[in-house]
Design a protein. Structure first.
Length: 141
């Protein structure tokens, strides 16, 4: 992991919503929960956790959908790209879809969260910890 801060950037499919994130990020994990499967139309979603004060969201097309009593998912109103997640379960964090970040980041995925909810039609063939019920433990500050 780099010792100095760098800025990661990314956007939605159409570019109407852009974001910047100052490293270090907090964690990176694959989520297999059924809500992520449905929201993204995928077997799982890889998320990157960032401190809210290090994430800078840009674009008037960003909308938030309350997906549960405790959580919201941010997406582009123009192209529909799913980009962000925030929840009362993880105050002070914003979770960013890894695929929407341009280039390399400061860490590799660390685990599979909610692995017990995985789809039967995709085989996971790695040695990362599985059935982690929440984002991995953060690195020390």
């Amino acid at each position: 992991m780099p010792s100095t801060s760098e800025t990661l950037s990314g956007s939605c499919l159409c570019g109407a919503v852009r974001f910047r994130v100052e490293t270090p990020t907090l964690w990176c994990a694959h989520c297999h929960c059924t809500m992520c499967q449905r929201a993204h139309g995928a077997a799982f979603v890889t998320w990157v956790g960032a401190a809210v004060e290090r994430a800078h969201l840009e674009g008037s097309k960003l909308l938030w959908y309350r997906s549960s009593e405790k959580a919201e998912r941010g997406f582009c109103a123009e192209c529909g790209s799913s980009l962000f997640f925030r929840s009362r379960n993880w105050p002070g964090e914003v979770h960013i879809v890894r695929a929407n970040i341009d280039g390399a980041i400061d860490r590799e995925p660390q685990s599979h969260a909610f692995y017990d909810s995985r789809v039967a039609w995709f085989h996971v063939d790695d040695t990362l910890p599985k059935n982690v019920p929440q984002p991995p433990t953060r690195d020390p500050p």
